[in-house]
Design a protein around this ligand. Structure first.
Ligand code: SF4
Length: 196
């Protein structure tokens, strides 16, 4: 108890500012999470929103972009380093952001899931992500089955680790999108903006 109080007392305004700065180096702004994912470990395979046509929405200000496997691996390393011991407080699930990560091409999703299995015990935690029915990048049962069979990825820069059981998948509808009215002609999947 005393140790916890001492730890709390060290979190001064200066420490909070430094923490916010470090957070911004690890994460893009986290626009929104489904309520059942509030204590999940957030990782970001994409930035921005793949639909970005809801006039009422002010959640994402950057273009939709899909990270390469190497970028995602480095992001996971930064997330782990940033959260440190507090990683244990975020054991509810893994939330794969942003909106929507599942619009990424399937081969890229497989690479990400293999990394999540290797780095963050995705088999035990399960993985949640936004998905919507407007971008055209709909996922089939076979796609989800493929992702559920993810295996620990070979290191982009290192040795391979052993196999573990398949992750549970919990795709989430965009919380705000449930009440949206599409305001623009449907676009092709924005994952065409990928830079890999
Ligand atoms: S409500 Fe959801 S789908 Fe619509 S623009 Fe905002 S984040 Fe994108």
């Amino acid at each position: 108890m005393l140790a916890a109080l001492e730890l709390g007392a060290r979190f001064t305004a200066g420490a909070a500012r430094a923490d916010a700065k470090r957070f911004a180096q690890v994460y893009s702004p986290i626009g929104i999470l489904p309520p059942d994912q509030y204590l999940s470990l957030v990782v970001q395979g994409t930035t921005g929103c793949s639909f970005t046509s809801c006039t009422f929405c002010d959640l994402y200000h950057e273009p939709y972009r899909v990270k390469t496997a190497l970028e995602f691996e480095q992001h996971l390393e930064r997330v782990r380093a940033y959260l440190g011991a507090s990683l244990s407080l975020r054991r509810r699930s893994i939330f794969l952001g942003a909106a929507n990560a599942l619009a990424a091409p399937l081969p890229r999703l497989i690479e990400w899931f293999n990394l999540l299995v290797r780095e963050l015990e995705a088999k035990k935690r399960g993985v949640g992500a936004f998905v919507d029915g407007f971008t055209g990048a709909r996922r089939t049962t076979g796609d989800f089955q493929t992702l559920a069979e993810a295996r620990p990825a070979a290191r982009v820069r290192g040795p391979r680790v052993g196999a573990r059981p398949a992750p549970r998948l919990r795709p989430q509808a965009c919380t705000r999108a449930r009440s949206w009215t599409p305001c623009a002609p449907q676009r092709p999947p924005a994952c065409g903006s990928e830079r890999s």
